[in-house]
Design a protein around this ligand. Sequence first.
Ligand SMILES: [Mg+2]
Length: 158
Amino acid sequence: MIIKPDYNLKCVYDINFDDLENQGIKVIMFDLDSTIMISKSGCYRPETEEWLKEVNEKFTVAVISNNKSEEYIEKVQKISNFTVIGHASKPNPKKMKQYLDSLGVTPQEAVMVGDRPLTDIVAGKLLGCKTILVDSINAENENIPTRLVRWLERRVIR
Ligand SMILES: [Mg+2]
């Protein structure tokens, strides 16, 4: 299977929000770990927090995470000014669909942003929304096995 994200970016901060706005995007769904937060850290970097604040002023923002720990998700929800949904079971797009339905927004008006092709991007594709693949927010500090898995997983992208 070839998975082609609409955008393949080096960094989450490279997202062109004016471009998304011009395409009628209203909702931005972010994966959590490694996309906007260092994996399992439970807190945003100060610069990410500032950046998210700006994004949240222009768009409806949500986090869609596969993390199954209610405690962790609650902790992240407390420090976020937007909806945080856990236990999403991506690539199953069900929770994303439910979330968009609750807003009365169509998949065409939404984008999924994540660091994993086989979960985040496939979920977006199955839902029918735009997709943005980003490299890990902590790429420079990841160990070699993690980088190798990322490299292998990206072989499916064209
Ligand atoms: Mg991730």
